[in-house]
Write a protein that binds this ligand. Structure first.
Ligand SMILES: [Zn+2]
Length: 136
């Protein structure tokens, strides 16, 4: 399944460097004691850029909901249709969600509420991306 090859910018470089080492890092504000994702240049709560660092997380969550993409408009994904697009909620912070295609889970057999774990897929030589897989 062709996927987007990430292009790291200075802000997201620590995230993508960690992904390439099969680790999941999220931003962490030491002032608010909260995780943050998607990546931003400052804390969404207190606005601090200085207190925003990185923290490795376990990469566990569960499937909150999903849709099936049957008639999407992304050219590179049209040949994959239909495919799952699930919303994964992190166990470590229920305010943080990721989108997932759930490799290994058949379309329309998505177990809502089931646990998932982060996995890493190579999309280009030396470049990994994070993905989520249902844990049986
Ligand atoms: Zn903060």
């Amino acid at each position: 399944m062709p996927k987007v090859i990430p292009v790291a910018d200075p802000l997201s470089k620590p995230f993508w460097d960690a992904v390439n080492q099969k680790k999941l890092l999220l931003q962490f504000c030491s002032g608010c004691r909260r995780l943050q994702y998607p990546i931003r240049d400052r804390c969404a709560d207190c606005g601090s850029a200085e207190k925003l660092g990185w923290k490795e997380v376990r990469g566990r969550g569960h499937i909150s909901t999903y849709i099936i993409i049957e008639d999407g408009r992304l050219d590179r994904r049209m040949s994959d249709q239909p495919y799952n697009l699930a919303l994964v909620t992190m166990d470590e912070d229920p305010g943080i969600n990721f989108y997932a295609n759930l490799p290994g889970t058949p379309v329309d057999k998505v177990p809502v509420g089931a646990p998932v774990e982060v996995v890493f897929e190579e999309v280009a030589p030396g470049q990994l991306i994070h993905e989520w897989r249902a844990v049986q």
